[in-house]
Design a protein around this ligand. Structure first.
Ligand code: HEC
Length: 128
């Protein structure tokens, strides 16, 4: 909708400076909620109890809720790759906790029994 407005301003016969400024202001204003929609909105599914529950909660729910984690069924190697990816995005996983966190994740969200293929499930929105 903002894009249509800008387009309208550019082709308009009475596209005065003022009108364009109003449209640009409108555009900037309407974009703000899109940029700041990062905070997790819902608590998500509870993490199962375990020695690393509190640490995983603290380290992994700043950007998305626990559902991102609880919906996965990954091998230890895949969880390790996920931790690398999350660290690349800004997550802090202390080296001393890494093995315990991997064990916790693999134990609770490991590959399905029966050796089916696993792959990382992606949610449709960027972070929720
Ligand atoms: C700095 C923000 C941030 C932190 C902290 C964070 N994540 Fe994520 N996580 C993301 C983003 C952004 C995505 C979506 C990535 C995508 O779609 O490519 C995501 C997606 C995921 C996914 C879904 C698979 C995927 O690649 O899309 C899993 C699983 C996951 N995170 C696990 C974790 C775990 C475990 C931790 C704690 C060690 C963690 N995250 C901490 C930002 C973060």
């Amino acid at each position: 909708m903002a894009v249509t407005l800008i387009g309208f301003g550019a082709v308009s016969v009475w596209g005065s400076c003022l009108l364009q400024r109003v449209l640009v202001a409108l555009f900037l204003f309407t974009s703000i909620p899109l940029v700041s929609a990062q905070a997790p909105s819902a608590p998500g599914k509870p993490l199962p109890p375990g020695p690393m529950q509190a640490k995983v909660k603290a380290a992994c729910t700043q950007c998305h809720n626990t559902t991102r984690i609880t919906e996965q069924h990954l091998t230890r190697q895949q969880w390790s790759d996920q931790l690398d990816k999350m660290e690349g995005l800004g997550a802090v996983v202390p080296e001393s906790d890494r093995n315990a966190i991997l064990a916790y994740l693999t134990k609770n969200f490991g590959p399905p029994k029966g050796g089916g293929k696993t792959s990382v499930k992606k949610a449709s929105s960027a972070a929720n």
